[in-house]
Design a protein around this ligand. Structure first.
Ligand SMILES: *[C@@H]1O[C@H](CO)[C@@H](O)[C@H](O)[C@H]1NC(C)=O
Ligand SMILES: *[C@@H]1O[C@H](CO)[C@@H](O)[C@H](O)[C@H]1NC(C)=O
Ligand SMILES: *[C@@H]1O[C@H](CO)[C@@H](O)[C@H](O)[C@H]1NC(C)=O
Ligand SMILES: *[C@@H]1O[C@H](CO)[C@@H](O)[C@H](O)[C@H]1NC(C)=O
Length: 524
Protein backbone atom coordinates (compact mmCIF):
# COMPACT_ATOMS: atom_id res chain seq x y z
CA UNK A 1 0.00 0.00 0.00
CA UNK A 2 1.39 3.37 -0.94
CA UNK A 3 1.33 5.73 1.87
CA UNK A 4 -0.84 8.71 2.02
CA UNK A 5 -1.37 11.60 4.29
CA UNK A 6 -3.40 11.20 7.40
CA UNK A 7 -5.22 14.28 8.45
CA UNK A 8 -7.24 14.64 11.57
CA UNK A 9 -8.54 17.67 13.31
CA UNK A 10 -9.32 18.06 16.93
CA UNK A 11 -11.40 20.99 17.92
CA UNK A 12 -10.75 22.78 21.18
CA UNK A 13 -13.41 21.85 23.65
CA UNK A 14 -14.49 18.92 21.55
CA UNK A 15 -13.28 15.41 22.13
CA UNK A 16 -14.19 14.26 18.68
CA UNK A 17 -11.65 13.91 15.91
CA UNK A 18 -12.42 13.78 12.27
CA UNK A 19 -10.15 11.89 9.91
CA UNK A 20 -10.00 13.10 6.37
CA UNK A 21 -7.50 10.74 4.78
CA UNK A 22 -6.52 7.38 6.18
CA UNK A 23 -4.43 4.70 4.42
CA UNK A 24 -4.72 6.56 1.12
CA UNK A 25 -8.48 6.68 1.30
CA UNK A 26 -10.08 10.10 1.29
CA UNK A 27 -13.03 10.41 3.63
CA UNK A 28 -15.30 12.42 1.34
CA UNK A 29 -18.11 12.18 3.85
CA UNK A 30 -16.07 14.06 6.46
CA UNK A 31 -14.91 16.60 3.89
CA UNK A 32 -18.47 17.45 2.93
CA UNK A 33 -19.21 18.85 6.39
CA UNK A 34 -19.22 22.59 6.63
CA UNK A 35 -18.39 22.76 10.31
CA UNK A 36 -19.41 25.73 12.43
CA UNK A 37 -16.62 27.13 14.55
CA UNK A 38 -17.74 28.71 17.83
CA UNK A 39 -17.29 32.46 17.60
CA UNK A 40 -14.83 32.43 20.52
CA UNK A 41 -12.53 29.88 18.82
CA UNK A 42 -9.79 31.51 16.78
CA UNK A 43 -7.40 28.63 16.14
CA UNK A 44 -7.84 25.33 14.37
CA UNK A 45 -5.33 22.53 14.80
CA UNK A 46 -4.67 19.86 12.22
CA UNK A 47 -2.43 16.89 12.77
CA UNK A 48 -0.92 14.98 9.90
CA UNK A 49 1.85 12.72 8.76
CA UNK A 50 2.78 10.66 5.69
CA UNK A 51 4.57 7.34 5.34
CA UNK A 52 6.27 8.29 2.08
CA UNK A 53 6.98 11.44 0.13
CA UNK A 54 3.86 13.55 -0.25
CA UNK A 55 4.03 17.13 -1.42
CA UNK A 56 1.41 19.64 -0.49
CA UNK A 57 0.19 23.07 -1.44
CA UNK A 58 -2.01 24.95 0.98
CA UNK A 59 -4.40 27.78 0.17
CA UNK A 60 -7.26 29.67 1.80
CA UNK A 61 -10.35 31.52 0.67
CA UNK A 62 -12.86 33.53 2.70
CA UNK A 63 -16.15 34.67 1.21
CA UNK A 64 -16.26 37.92 3.14
CA UNK A 65 -12.81 39.54 3.42
CA UNK A 66 -14.39 42.61 5.08
CA UNK A 67 -15.37 40.46 8.06
CA UNK A 68 -12.41 38.10 8.24
CA UNK A 69 -8.76 38.51 7.32
CA UNK A 70 -7.10 35.76 5.28
CA UNK A 71 -6.42 32.81 7.60
CA UNK A 72 -2.79 32.29 8.57
CA UNK A 73 -1.14 28.89 8.97
CA UNK A 74 2.07 28.37 10.93
CA UNK A 75 3.50 26.16 8.19
CA UNK A 76 4.67 27.29 4.77
CA UNK A 77 2.11 27.23 1.98
CA UNK A 78 4.08 24.68 0.00
CA UNK A 79 6.26 21.78 1.09
CA UNK A 80 6.35 18.18 2.13
CA UNK A 81 4.02 16.49 4.56
CA UNK A 82 6.08 15.59 7.67
CA UNK A 83 6.91 11.93 8.23
CA UNK A 84 6.21 12.13 11.95
CA UNK A 85 2.90 13.08 13.44
CA UNK A 86 2.88 16.88 13.58
CA UNK A 87 0.42 19.61 14.26
CA UNK A 88 -0.16 22.80 12.36
CA UNK A 89 -2.30 25.69 13.37
CA UNK A 90 -4.62 27.85 11.31
CA UNK A 91 -5.51 31.20 12.77
CA UNK A 92 -8.88 32.75 11.93
CA UNK A 93 -9.20 36.34 12.91
CA UNK A 94 -12.30 38.46 12.43
CA UNK A 95 -11.67 42.05 11.46
CA UNK A 96 -14.39 43.27 13.80
CA UNK A 97 -15.65 45.59 11.11
CA UNK A 98 -19.02 43.95 10.50
CA UNK A 99 -21.39 41.25 11.63
CA UNK A 100 -21.44 38.38 9.25
CA UNK A 101 -21.14 34.67 8.95
CA UNK A 102 -17.97 33.89 7.04
CA UNK A 103 -17.38 30.73 5.05
CA UNK A 104 -13.75 29.66 5.06
CA UNK A 105 -12.28 27.25 2.54
CA UNK A 106 -8.95 25.60 3.24
CA UNK A 107 -7.59 23.81 0.22
CA UNK A 108 -4.86 21.22 0.53
CA UNK A 109 -3.45 19.82 -2.72
CA UNK A 110 -1.47 16.63 -2.33
CA UNK A 111 0.77 14.94 -4.88
CA UNK A 112 2.25 11.55 -4.17
CA UNK A 113 5.80 10.79 -5.37
CA UNK A 114 5.80 13.84 -7.69
CA UNK A 115 3.23 12.19 -9.97
CA UNK A 116 0.88 14.27 -12.06
CA UNK A 117 -2.10 13.24 -9.98
CA UNK A 118 -3.29 15.88 -7.56
CA UNK A 119 -5.64 15.06 -4.74
CA UNK A 120 -7.55 18.18 -3.81
CA UNK A 121 -8.95 18.29 -0.30
CA UNK A 122 -11.40 21.08 0.51
CA UNK A 123 -12.08 21.78 4.17
CA UNK A 124 -15.03 24.05 4.77
CA UNK A 125 -15.66 25.96 7.96
CA UNK A 126 -18.14 28.62 9.01
CA UNK A 127 -17.69 31.21 11.68
CA UNK A 128 -19.76 34.14 12.88
CA UNK A 129 -17.82 37.37 13.04
CA UNK A 130 -19.20 40.22 15.07
CA UNK A 131 -18.65 43.91 14.94
CA UNK A 132 -16.68 45.76 17.67
CA UNK A 133 -14.34 43.99 20.10
CA UNK A 134 -13.81 40.46 18.94
CA UNK A 135 -13.18 38.61 22.20
CA UNK A 136 -9.46 37.98 22.10
CA UNK A 137 -8.19 35.35 24.46
CA UNK A 138 -6.25 37.66 26.69
CA UNK A 139 -6.07 37.80 30.43
CA UNK A 140 -7.39 41.05 31.83
CA UNK A 141 -4.26 41.57 33.95
CA UNK A 142 -1.99 41.54 30.92
CA UNK A 143 -4.11 44.26 29.40
CA UNK A 144 -2.86 47.52 30.80
CA UNK A 145 -5.13 49.61 28.63
CA UNK A 146 -7.78 50.67 31.12
CA UNK A 147 -10.13 52.29 28.62
CA UNK A 148 -10.48 48.91 26.97
CA UNK A 149 -11.18 47.13 30.23
CA UNK A 150 -14.17 49.33 31.00
CA UNK A 151 -15.91 48.46 27.76
CA UNK A 152 -15.06 44.80 27.94
CA UNK A 153 -18.54 43.39 28.59
CA UNK A 154 -17.19 40.38 30.48
CA UNK A 155 -14.68 42.04 32.71
CA UNK A 156 -16.59 45.24 33.26
CA UNK A 157 -16.36 45.96 36.96
CA UNK A 158 -17.81 49.31 37.95
CA UNK A 159 -14.86 51.59 38.45
CA UNK A 160 -15.25 54.81 40.37
CA UNK A 161 -15.64 56.85 37.20
CA UNK A 162 -18.34 54.59 35.79
CA UNK A 163 -20.18 54.62 39.10
CA UNK A 164 -20.18 58.42 39.10
CA UNK A 165 -21.44 58.25 35.53
CA UNK A 166 -24.34 55.97 36.46
CA UNK A 167 -25.30 58.13 39.42
CA UNK A 168 -25.37 61.25 37.27
CA UNK A 169 -27.39 59.46 34.60
CA UNK A 170 -29.78 58.32 37.32
CA UNK A 171 -30.24 61.85 38.61
CA UNK A 172 -30.76 63.17 35.08
CA UNK A 173 -33.38 60.51 34.36
CA UNK A 174 -35.25 61.37 37.55
CA UNK A 175 -35.34 65.05 36.61
CA UNK A 176 -36.41 64.32 33.03
CA UNK A 177 -39.09 61.96 34.32
CA UNK A 178 -40.50 64.63 36.67
CA UNK A 179 -40.55 67.22 33.90
CA UNK A 180 -42.24 64.70 31.60
CA UNK A 181 -44.99 64.06 34.15
CA UNK A 182 -45.60 67.77 34.65
CA UNK A 183 -45.73 68.35 30.89
CA UNK A 184 -48.07 65.41 30.37
CA UNK A 185 -50.47 66.69 33.02
CA UNK A 186 -50.45 70.18 31.52
CA UNK A 187 -50.92 68.68 28.06
CA UNK A 188 -53.92 66.64 29.11
CA UNK A 189 -55.62 69.65 30.62
CA UNK A 190 -55.01 71.87 27.63
CA UNK A 191 -56.24 69.35 25.09
CA UNK A 192 -59.70 69.46 23.63
CA UNK A 193 -61.70 66.35 24.23
CA UNK A 194 -62.76 64.53 21.10
CA UNK A 195 -66.38 63.53 21.35
CA UNK A 196 -66.04 60.26 19.55
CA UNK A 197 -69.66 59.26 19.66
CA UNK A 198 -70.97 62.58 18.37
CA UNK A 199 -68.65 62.79 15.45
CA UNK A 200 -68.32 59.19 14.43
CA UNK A 201 -71.57 57.71 15.63
CA UNK A 202 -72.88 57.71 12.08
CA UNK A 203 -70.03 55.50 10.96
CA UNK A 204 -70.70 52.95 13.62
CA UNK A 205 -74.02 52.53 11.85
CA UNK A 206 -71.97 51.60 8.80
CA UNK A 207 -71.10 48.25 10.30
CA UNK A 208 -74.48 47.56 11.85
CA UNK A 209 -74.85 46.59 15.46
CA UNK A 210 -72.31 43.90 16.10
CA UNK A 211 -74.42 42.16 18.70
CA UNK A 212 -77.16 41.31 16.22
CA UNK A 213 -75.01 40.42 13.24
CA UNK A 214 -75.00 36.71 13.84
CA UNK A 215 -71.36 36.52 14.92
CA UNK A 216 -70.54 34.35 17.88
CA UNK A 217 -69.93 36.21 21.10
CA UNK A 218 -66.35 37.16 21.76
CA UNK A 219 -63.97 34.62 23.12
CA UNK A 220 -62.02 36.45 25.79
CA UNK A 221 -58.59 35.27 26.75
CA UNK A 222 -56.50 36.40 29.68
CA UNK A 223 -52.84 36.92 29.08
CA UNK A 224 -51.52 34.02 31.05
CA UNK A 225 -47.82 34.18 31.67
CA UNK A 226 -47.34 30.50 32.24
CA UNK A 227 -43.66 30.03 32.67
CA UNK A 228 -42.37 27.52 30.16
CA UNK A 229 -38.87 26.17 30.50
CA UNK A 230 -36.45 26.14 27.60
CA UNK A 231 -36.63 22.35 27.53
CA UNK A 232 -40.42 22.43 27.17
CA UNK A 233 -40.22 25.12 24.49
CA UNK A 234 -37.71 23.04 22.54
CA UNK A 235 -39.78 19.88 22.93
CA UNK A 236 -42.76 21.66 21.38
CA UNK A 237 -40.87 22.40 18.16
CA UNK A 238 -38.96 19.14 17.87
CA UNK A 239 -41.11 17.95 14.98
CA UNK A 240 -40.05 20.88 12.78
CA UNK A 241 -36.39 20.83 13.80
CA UNK A 242 -33.82 20.61 11.01
CA UNK A 243 -30.06 20.23 10.88
CA UNK A 244 -27.86 23.32 11.07
CA UNK A 245 -26.06 22.05 7.98
CA UNK A 246 -29.01 23.02 5.82
CA UNK A 247 -28.93 26.70 6.79
CA UNK A 248 -26.56 29.35 5.47
CA UNK A 249 -26.74 32.80 6.98
CA UNK A 250 -26.32 35.85 4.77
CA UNK A 251 -26.95 39.48 5.72
CA UNK A 252 -28.20 40.69 9.08
CA UNK A 253 -31.53 42.38 8.31
CA UNK A 254 -32.44 43.60 11.78
CA UNK A 255 -30.58 43.65 15.02
CA UNK A 256 -31.51 44.39 18.62
CA UNK A 257 -29.65 44.03 21.88
CA UNK A 258 -29.90 40.25 21.92
CA UNK A 259 -31.93 39.28 18.85
CA UNK A 260 -31.14 39.23 15.17
CA UNK A 261 -32.94 38.53 11.93
CA UNK A 262 -30.86 37.19 9.08
CA UNK A 263 -31.58 36.65 5.43
CA UNK A 264 -30.74 32.99 5.07
CA UNK A 265 -30.69 30.13 2.60
CA UNK A 266 -32.28 26.79 3.36
CA UNK A 267 -31.15 23.75 1.39
CA UNK A 268 -33.86 21.24 0.57
CA UNK A 269 -33.53 17.95 2.32
CA UNK A 270 -34.34 15.75 -0.67
CA UNK A 271 -32.44 17.72 -3.28
CA UNK A 272 -29.46 19.71 -1.90
CA UNK A 273 -29.15 21.63 -5.18
CA UNK A 274 -32.47 23.33 -4.44
CA UNK A 275 -32.42 26.34 -2.16
CA UNK A 276 -35.08 28.42 -0.52
CA UNK A 277 -34.71 31.91 0.88
CA UNK A 278 -35.71 32.32 4.50
CA UNK A 279 -35.83 34.75 7.39
CA UNK A 280 -33.78 33.39 10.28
CA UNK A 281 -34.61 34.74 13.72
CA UNK A 282 -31.93 34.00 16.25
CA UNK A 283 -30.24 35.32 19.37
CA UNK A 284 -26.73 36.44 20.16
CA UNK A 285 -24.47 34.68 22.63
CA UNK A 286 -25.43 36.93 25.53
CA UNK A 287 -29.17 36.17 25.30
CA UNK A 288 -30.62 34.76 28.50
CA UNK A 289 -32.50 31.49 28.71
CA UNK A 290 -35.74 33.40 29.29
CA UNK A 291 -35.21 35.39 26.10
CA UNK A 292 -34.48 32.25 24.09
CA UNK A 293 -37.54 30.49 25.52
CA UNK A 294 -39.69 33.51 24.71
CA UNK A 295 -38.44 33.60 21.12
CA UNK A 296 -39.31 29.93 20.61
CA UNK A 297 -42.70 30.19 22.31
CA UNK A 298 -43.80 33.35 20.54
CA UNK A 299 -42.62 32.04 17.18
CA UNK A 300 -45.26 29.34 17.40
CA UNK A 301 -48.22 31.72 17.53
CA UNK A 302 -49.24 31.17 13.90
CA UNK A 303 -47.79 27.70 13.54
CA UNK A 304 -49.78 25.31 11.38
CA UNK A 305 -52.05 28.00 9.96
CA UNK A 306 -52.31 28.39 6.21
CA UNK A 307 -53.48 31.63 4.64
CA UNK A 308 -51.89 33.81 1.98
CA UNK A 309 -51.69 36.75 4.39
CA UNK A 310 -50.11 34.87 7.26
CA UNK A 311 -46.44 34.03 7.64
CA UNK A 312 -46.06 31.20 10.13
CA UNK A 313 -42.83 29.56 11.28
CA UNK A 314 -41.67 26.68 9.05
CA UNK A 315 -38.62 25.22 10.76
CA UNK A 316 -36.40 25.58 13.79
CA UNK A 317 -32.83 24.58 14.46
CA UNK A 318 -32.24 23.63 18.08
CA UNK A 319 -28.98 21.73 17.91
CA UNK A 320 -26.97 21.38 21.09
CA UNK A 321 -24.32 24.04 21.54
CA UNK A 322 -25.85 26.38 18.97
CA UNK A 323 -28.18 29.29 19.53
CA UNK A 324 -31.70 28.28 18.46
CA UNK A 325 -32.88 29.54 15.10
CA UNK A 326 -36.40 30.07 13.85
CA UNK A 327 -37.08 29.98 10.11
CA UNK A 328 -39.84 31.73 8.20
CA UNK A 329 -40.36 32.06 4.43
CA UNK A 330 -38.56 35.06 2.97
CA UNK A 331 -40.36 38.23 1.84
CA UNK A 332 -37.93 40.37 -0.07
CA UNK A 333 -39.00 43.84 1.11
CA UNK A 334 -38.84 42.78 4.71
CA UNK A 335 -40.46 44.33 7.73
CA UNK A 336 -43.54 46.45 6.93
CA UNK A 337 -42.82 49.16 9.51
CA UNK A 338 -39.27 49.64 8.26
CA UNK A 339 -40.60 49.61 4.68
CA UNK A 340 -43.16 52.33 5.48
CA UNK A 341 -40.49 54.48 7.11
CA UNK A 342 -38.35 54.09 4.02
CA UNK A 343 -41.30 55.21 1.88
CA UNK A 344 -41.63 58.26 4.11
CA UNK A 345 -38.01 59.21 3.43
CA UNK A 346 -38.44 58.69 -0.31
CA UNK A 347 -41.74 60.57 -0.28
CA UNK A 348 -39.95 63.85 0.48
CA UNK A 349 -38.50 63.81 -3.05
CA UNK A 350 -41.12 61.74 -4.79
CA UNK A 351 -44.64 62.22 -3.44
CA UNK A 352 -46.07 59.43 -5.59
CA UNK A 353 -43.66 56.78 -4.30
CA UNK A 354 -46.51 54.81 -2.83
CA UNK A 355 -50.15 55.55 -3.48
CA UNK A 356 -53.03 55.69 -1.05
CA UNK A 357 -54.61 52.90 -3.02
CA UNK A 358 -51.54 50.71 -2.42
CA UNK A 359 -51.76 51.43 1.30
CA UNK A 360 -55.44 50.54 1.40
CA UNK A 361 -54.66 47.35 -0.49
CA UNK A 362 -52.13 46.46 2.23
CA UNK A 363 -54.75 47.14 4.90
CA UNK A 364 -57.20 44.82 3.12
CA UNK A 365 -54.64 42.03 3.10
CA UNK A 366 -53.98 42.46 6.82
CA UNK A 367 -57.72 42.43 7.50
CA UNK A 368 -58.06 39.22 5.42
CA UNK A 369 -55.35 37.48 7.42
CA UNK A 370 -56.89 38.67 10.68
CA UNK A 371 -60.34 37.58 9.58
CA UNK A 372 -58.95 34.07 9.05
CA UNK A 373 -57.38 34.16 12.52
CA UNK A 374 -60.63 35.34 14.10
CA UNK A 375 -62.56 32.50 12.42
CA UNK A 376 -60.00 30.07 13.85
CA UNK A 377 -60.44 31.76 17.24
CA UNK A 378 -56.76 32.64 17.31
CA UNK A 379 -56.07 35.94 19.05
CA UNK A 380 -52.90 37.62 17.83
CA UNK A 381 -52.50 40.11 20.74
CA UNK A 382 -49.75 42.08 19.00
CA UNK A 383 -50.93 43.15 15.57
CA UNK A 384 -48.89 46.10 14.31
CA UNK A 385 -46.95 47.09 11.19
CA UNK A 386 -43.76 45.85 12.88
CA UNK A 387 -45.26 42.34 12.93
CA UNK A 388 -46.01 42.28 9.21
CA UNK A 389 -43.73 41.73 6.23
CA UNK A 390 -44.00 42.75 2.59
CA UNK A 391 -42.59 41.70 -0.78
CA UNK A 392 -42.01 43.46 -4.09
CA UNK A 393 -45.51 42.56 -5.30
CA UNK A 394 -46.85 44.56 -2.31
CA UNK A 395 -48.07 41.35 -0.81
CA UNK A 396 -48.40 41.71 2.95
CA UNK A 397 -48.28 38.90 5.50
CA UNK A 398 -48.87 38.98 9.24
CA UNK A 399 -46.29 37.24 11.34
CA UNK A 400 -45.71 36.48 15.01
CA UNK A 401 -44.09 38.95 17.43
CA UNK A 402 -41.01 36.95 18.37
CA UNK A 403 -38.07 39.34 19.00
CA UNK A 404 -40.22 42.45 18.30
CA UNK A 405 -39.74 43.74 21.84
CA UNK A 406 -36.01 43.68 21.25
CA UNK A 407 -36.05 44.97 17.68
CA UNK A 408 -38.62 47.74 18.30
CA UNK A 409 -38.04 48.65 21.95
CA UNK A 410 -39.76 52.04 21.54
CA UNK A 411 -43.07 50.33 20.77
CA UNK A 412 -43.24 48.40 24.05
CA UNK A 413 -43.53 49.70 27.58
CA UNK A 414 -43.42 48.33 31.06
CA UNK A 415 -46.13 49.84 33.20
CA UNK A 416 -44.60 48.74 36.47
CA UNK A 417 -45.82 45.14 36.20
CA UNK A 418 -42.64 43.73 34.74
CA UNK A 419 -44.39 42.92 31.49
CA UNK A 420 -43.31 44.69 28.35
CA UNK A 421 -46.49 45.41 26.40
CA UNK A 422 -47.37 47.19 23.13
CA UNK A 423 -49.29 49.80 25.13
CA UNK A 424 -50.06 52.17 22.22
CA UNK A 425 -51.66 49.37 20.19
CA UNK A 426 -53.75 47.93 23.00
CA UNK A 427 -57.47 48.19 23.57
CA UNK A 428 -58.58 49.64 26.87
CA UNK A 429 -59.87 46.31 28.24
CA UNK A 430 -56.50 44.69 27.43
CA UNK A 431 -54.59 47.50 29.13
CA UNK A 432 -56.74 47.57 32.24
CA UNK A 433 -58.07 44.02 32.67
CA UNK A 434 -55.61 42.03 30.60
CA UNK A 435 -58.51 40.82 28.45
CA UNK A 436 -57.81 39.89 24.85
CA UNK A 437 -60.25 38.94 22.13
CA UNK A 438 -60.66 39.28 18.38
CA UNK A 439 -62.19 42.66 19.21
CA UNK A 440 -58.98 43.81 20.87
CA UNK A 441 -57.20 42.64 17.71
CA UNK A 442 -59.62 44.88 15.78
CA UNK A 443 -58.50 47.80 17.94
CA UNK A 444 -54.86 47.04 17.07
CA UNK A 445 -55.87 46.79 13.41
CA UNK A 446 -57.21 50.35 13.61
CA UNK A 447 -53.82 51.50 14.93
CA UNK A 448 -52.06 49.51 12.19
CA UNK A 449 -54.25 51.21 9.58
CA UNK A 450 -53.18 54.53 11.10
CA UNK A 451 -49.53 53.42 10.83
CA UNK A 452 -50.07 52.64 7.15
CA UNK A 453 -51.63 56.04 6.45
CA UNK A 454 -48.86 57.90 8.29
CA UNK A 455 -46.10 55.77 6.73
CA UNK A 456 -44.92 54.29 9.99
CA UNK A 457 -45.31 57.05 12.56
CA UNK A 458 -45.61 56.18 16.24
CA UNK A 459 -49.18 56.50 17.52
CA UNK A 460 -49.93 58.69 20.57
CA UNK A 461 -46.34 59.85 20.41
CA UNK A 462 -46.94 62.74 22.87
CA UNK A 463 -48.74 60.64 25.44
CA UNK A 464 -46.95 59.10 28.36
CA UNK A 465 -47.50 55.32 28.28
CA UNK A 466 -48.57 55.46 31.92
CA UNK A 467 -51.35 57.87 30.96
CA UNK A 468 -52.67 55.81 28.05
CA UNK A 469 -55.48 54.08 29.93
CA UNK A 470 -56.79 57.31 31.45
CA UNK A 471 -56.45 59.05 28.12
CA UNK A 472 -58.46 56.39 26.26
CA UNK A 473 -61.10 56.27 29.01
CA UNK A 474 -61.60 60.01 28.61
CA UNK A 475 -62.44 59.41 24.96
CA UNK A 476 -59.27 60.68 23.33
CA UNK A 477 -57.91 58.84 20.31
CA UNK A 478 -55.15 59.35 17.75
CA UNK A 479 -55.72 62.32 15.46
CA UNK A 480 -56.72 61.98 11.83
CA UNK A 481 -53.55 61.87 9.73
CA UNK A 482 -53.03 64.61 7.16
CA UNK A 483 -54.17 63.40 3.72
CA UNK A 484 -56.20 60.60 5.25
CA UNK A 485 -59.71 60.66 3.79
CA UNK A 486 -62.56 61.03 6.30
CA UNK A 487 -64.03 57.68 5.25
CA UNK A 488 -60.82 55.90 6.11
CA UNK A 489 -60.39 57.68 9.42
CA UNK A 490 -63.96 56.71 10.25
CA UNK A 491 -63.00 53.06 9.78
CA UNK A 492 -60.10 53.47 12.21
CA UNK A 493 -62.23 55.31 14.73
CA UNK A 494 -64.78 52.49 14.73
CA UNK A 495 -62.05 50.05 15.67
CA UNK A 496 -61.44 52.14 18.76
CA UNK A 497 -64.94 51.94 20.23
CA UNK A 498 -64.71 51.48 24.00
CA UNK A 499 -67.22 48.64 24.00
CA UNK A 500 -65.62 45.60 22.30
CA UNK A 501 -69.01 44.51 20.98
CA UNK A 502 -69.39 47.77 19.10
CA UNK A 503 -66.21 47.37 17.09
CA UNK A 504 -66.55 46.03 13.56
CA UNK A 505 -65.59 42.44 12.75
CA UNK A 506 -62.63 41.76 10.46
CA UNK A 507 -64.96 40.39 7.79
CA UNK A 508 -66.81 43.72 7.78
CA UNK A 509 -63.54 45.62 7.66
CA UNK A 510 -62.43 43.64 4.59
CA UNK A 511 -65.70 44.45 2.85
CA UNK A 512 -65.68 48.10 3.76
CA UNK A 513 -62.03 48.65 2.81
CA UNK A 514 -62.51 46.76 -0.46
CA UNK A 515 -65.35 49.10 -1.41
CA UNK A 516 -63.22 52.09 -0.49
CA UNK A 517 -60.32 50.70 -2.52
CA UNK A 518 -62.56 50.30 -5.55
CA UNK A 519 -63.85 53.85 -5.14
CA UNK A 520 -60.28 55.19 -5.00
CA UNK A 521 -59.56 53.30 -8.22
CA UNK A 522 -62.54 54.89 -9.89
CA UNK A 523 -61.25 58.41 -9.18
CA UNK A 524 -57.61 57.83 -10.08
C1 LIG B 1 -5.17 22.90 -6.05
O1 LIG B 1 -5.44 22.33 -7.30
C2 LIG B 1 -6.47 22.96 -8.03
C3 LIG B 1 -6.71 22.15 -9.31
O2 LIG B 1 -5.52 21.77 -9.90
C4 LIG B 1 -6.09 24.39 -8.31
O3 LIG B 1 -7.12 25.05 -9.00
C5 LIG B 1 -5.84 25.11 -6.99
O4 LIG B 1 -5.43 26.43 -7.19
C6 LIG B 1 -4.82 24.35 -6.17
N1 LIG B 1 -4.76 24.96 -4.84
C7 LIG B 1 -3.64 25.30 -4.24
C8 LIG B 1 -3.74 25.80 -2.85
O5 LIG B 1 -2.57 25.24 -4.80
C1 LIG C 1 2.19 25.36 14.88
O1 LIG C 1 1.37 25.54 16.02
C2 LIG C 1 1.09 24.36 16.75
C3 LIG C 1 0.10 24.68 17.84
O2 LIG C 1 0.22 25.97 18.31
C4 LIG C 1 2.38 23.76 17.30
O3 LIG C 1 2.11 22.57 18.00
C5 LIG C 1 3.30 23.49 16.14
O4 LIG C 1 4.54 23.02 16.61
C6 LIG C 1 3.51 24.73 15.28
N1 LIG C 1 4.24 24.34 14.09
C7 LIG C 1 5.22 25.06 13.57
C8 LIG C 1 5.85 24.54 12.34
O5 LIG C 1 5.58 26.10 14.11
C1 LIG D 1 -3.69 8.92 -11.47
O1 LIG D 1 -5.05 9.05 -11.92
C2 LIG D 1 -5.43 8.07 -12.87
C3 LIG D 1 -6.84 8.41 -13.36
O2 LIG D 1 -7.53 9.22 -12.50
C4 LIG D 1 -5.36 6.70 -12.23
O3 LIG D 1 -5.74 5.70 -13.16
C5 LIG D 1 -3.94 6.45 -11.72
O4 LIG D 1 -3.86 5.23 -11.05
C6 LIG D 1 -3.48 7.56 -10.81
N1 LIG D 1 -2.10 7.41 -10.46
C7 LIG D 1 -1.65 7.44 -9.23
C8 LIG D 1 -0.19 7.29 -9.09
O5 LIG D 1 -2.37 7.60 -8.25
C1 LIG E 1 -5.07 52.30 24.69
O1 LIG E 1 -5.92 52.20 23.57
C2 LIG E 1 -5.98 53.37 22.81
C3 LIG E 1 -7.03 53.18 21.71
O2 LIG E 1 -7.06 51.85 21.27
C4 LIG E 1 -4.58 53.69 22.26
O3 LIG E 1 -4.62 54.89 21.51
C5 LIG E 1 -3.60 53.83 23.41
O4 LIG E 1 -2.30 54.00 22.92
C6 LIG E 1 -3.65 52.59 24.29
N1 LIG E 1 -2.81 52.76 25.47
C7 LIG E 1 -2.01 51.81 25.96
C8 LIG E 1 -1.27 52.14 27.22
O5 LIG E 1 -1.90 50.72 25.42
Amino acid sequence: IRSGAGGAESCSGLDAELSYVRNDVVNHYALSFNLLIPSETNNLHFSWHAKSKVEYKLGFQVDNPMAMAMPQANISLQGEVPRTLSVFRVELSCTGRLDSEVTILMQLNLTINSSKNITVLNFKRRKMCYKKLEPEVKSPTSDKNSSKAIFDPVNAAPTTSTRVFYISVGVCCAVIFLVAIILAVLHLHSMKRIELDDRYGIYIGLFGSAGSSGYPTLRIEKNDLKSVTLMEAKAKVKDIAISRERITLKDVLQEGTFGRIFHGILIEEKDPSKEKQVFVKTVKDQASEVQVTMMLTESCKLRGLHHRNLLPITHVCIEEGEKPMVLLPYMNWGNLKLFLRQCKLVEANNPQAISQQDLVHMAIQIACGMSYLARREVIHKDLAARNCVIDDALQVKITDNALSRDLFPMDYHCLGDNENRPVRWMALESLVNNEFSSASDVWAFGVTLWELMTLGQTPYVDIDPFEMAAYLKDGYRIAQPINCPDELFAVMACCWALDPEERPKFQQLVQCLTEFHAALGAYV
